[in-house]
Design a protein around this ligand. Structure first.
Ligand code: DLL
Length: 437
């Protein structure tokens, strides 16, 4: 039987009724802090919320307007700071490659709350102080590094703070220190597998038991592939820097959706076009409110991530509801000759084909007036040693399966292992050249 201990049993198994009461009390307090910021003072007053007393019942959350990434950008650098700067002990910003960065300030208590949620998440996967934890996510402004680092230390794990990249050394350290748990992006995890042989290593030389995969979208088939290639359990981990980072939602040993830690986050799912709430099991845009952060309170933050809330309790006995895998974003949807396609749909198809290796890219080009979708896929090298007809058949099979799933006919290119670009952090697999023509 799959079981795991609890980090904070009382809070993790709190009754739904008590949880809602706690959320309401914390929401009021968060609104009180939000009103200290220039941004929310104006925004909330306009919505008729001049003081925290306007929030009386749980449903009053609907009175609060949504906050968007553009709002955060407009507040750069400190329009959302709710405490004196001397109480701030850390700042994280987004990478800012697509415009003004977003800034999140943390007090000591804010970091403490975040760290506790990460510790809770780690223990929910059945890991503990006996584990050797290799953190292969970048440190620095990106929250994947420091976020898991402090949580793992709090649990008492032995932490190897490698950060991203340097694959050969990563593999060597995994062996030398007997690493049992990895924190890594799914695309980098697959790349690491392709480098094992080069490093003279086999799976049996390693003691890996688990991996925490997150920071980018991936399919259930990719999880299965990782589990089979490494002989481990892989857990989905979701978070965003605006809500601290990792530790917003994490899978438990049941692996049936990610528990959102609802004592600290209110999760809502809305129709991205109308803003209306959607029922359980219905996919829409995730919206989060952070209930404990004081330095940068964020109310009803629209994530642009698409998922649903699962119905019913989890066999692990945690009462905090679960969200599904992220199936796309409201803004990464590709429109190819009028047909909507999510990159995750393409990944789902190619990763269930056994001859497909560990890397792929999606390219969009213009051919006359029409869009052309090109899916480039690495396949295992033994395929190239076989007969050419076999390669043609495989290409046709991938093309057919993609067509059945996404309705359009892509062109498929097969590549040798190691020939497509490698991503050690978040993968950027879509290259859209259509505008450039
Ligand atoms: O990626 C925080 C994080 C670090 C999460 C490590 C998990 C592990 P940002 O850089 O702000 O923060 O990017 C957040 O990444 O809105 C999603 O679109 C995407 N994302 C994060 N986790 C997942 C996941 C971190 N498990 C953005 N599945 C989010 C799909 C994910 N997408």
């Amino acid at each position: 039987m799959k079981t795991s201990a609890f980090w904070d049993k009382k809070m993790e198994t709190i009754s739904r009724e008590s949880l809602k009461k706690l959320q309401l009390a914390r929401l009021k307090e968060t609104v009180r802090f939000a009103l200290k910021t220039p941004f929310y003072r104006t925004r909330l007053k306009k919505a008729g919320i001049a003081s925290a007393d306007a929030i009386k019942r749980w449903e009053d959350i609907k009175k609060i307007p949504f906050t968007t990434k553009d709002d955060l950008r407009e507040c750069y650098p400190d329009g959302l700071l709710a405490v004196p700067l001397q109480d701030v002990v850390r700042v994280h910003t987004s990478s800012g490659t697509t415009g003004t960065p977003t800034v999140i300030y943390h007090t000591k208590a804010d970091l403490d709350s975040w760290t506790d949620l990460v510790a809770r998440s780690i223990v929910a996967t059945g890991a503990g102080k006996q584990d050797i934890f290799q953190n292969m996510m970048s440190y620095g402004m990106f929250t994947g590094g420091l976020g898991l680092h402090y949580g793992a230390e709090r649990v008492g794990m032995t932490v190897i703070p490698m950060g991203g990249g340097n694959t050969k050394r990563q593999i060597q350290l995994m062996k030398d220190f007997g690493t049992t748990v990895l924190h890594i992006t799914p695309s980098y995890m697959l790349h690491v597998h392709s480098k094992l042989a080069e490093a003279g290593m086999e799976i049996k030389d390693l003691k890996l038991r688990k991996a925490y995969l997150g920071a980018e979208p991936y399919s259930e088939n990719t999880r299965r592939k990782v589990e089979q290639l490494f002989h481990i359990d892989a857990y989905n981990s979701y978070g965003l820097s605006e809500m601290n980072g990792p530790g917003v939602a994490f899978e438990c040993v049941e692996k049936k959706g990610m528990h959102v830690w609802e004592d600290v986050y209110i999760v809502e799912v809305i129709d991205p076009r109308t803003g209306e709430s959607l029922p359980d099991e219905k996919e829409g845009e995730l919206v989060f409110t952070n209930l404990t952060r004081r330095a940068t309170p964020l109310l009803r933050y629209r994530t642009r991530d698409i998922a649903c809330i699962h119905k019913g309790p989890c066999a692990c006995k945690r009462t905090h509801r679960r969200i599904s895998r992220i199936t796309g974003r409201t803004d990464d949807m590709l429109i190819v000759n009028g047909v909507n396609v999510y990159p995750s749909q393409i990944e789902e198809v190619i990763m269930r084909i056994p001859q497909v290796g560990t890397n792929y890219m999606i390219r969009l080009e213009k051919e006359g007036t029409l869009d052309k979708l090109i899916v480039q896929v690495e396949i295992y090298s033994k395929m190239f040693r076989g007969d050419l007809n076999e390669i043609d058949r495989l290409k046709e099979k991938i093309r057919e399966e993609l067509r059945a799933s996404i309705i359009i006919h892509p062109s498929v290119e097969l590549h040798e292992p190691g020939s497509l670009p490698v991503f050690e952090g978040k993968a950027k697999r879509v290259v859209d050249n259509r505008q450039k023509l």
